[in-house]
Design a protein. Structure first.
Length: 98
């Protein structure tokens, strides 16, 4: 599986080069991005791909010293279920698991 990063997008492809999914995260201001869309191709849904992509992206952002807004509902629920990533949220934003 390969992850490709561009300015505001991360894509995941399988060993055959098929697009499995992507996450968009446009920059809002210096060191702050907005994770606004998590997409998994229908052929790869239900296999944990969105969670793997979120984990890879959050590790990437942490390595770059960036914080993240979460306007995508999936990103919000992922961070609520994985509170170790709340450290990447701006200080005034909190998500709780329902």
């Amino acid at each position: 599986m390969a992850f490709e990063f561009s300015k505001d997008r991360m894509t995941r492809r399988n060993e055959h080069g098929d697009l499995m999914g992507y996450i968009t995260f446009p920059q809002v201001k210096k060191n702050l991005v907005n994770i606004d869309h998590v997409f998994t191709d229908p052929a790869f849904r239900g296999q944990g791909n969105a969670a793997v992509m979120m984990e890879v992206l959050l590790c990437h952002l942490e390595g770059q010293g960036k914080k993240a807004l979460l306007t995508c509902p999936y990103a919000q629920s992922y961070v609520a279920e994985h509170p170790q990533w709340t450290k990447l949220l701006p200080n005034d934003i909190k998500f709780e698991k329902n």
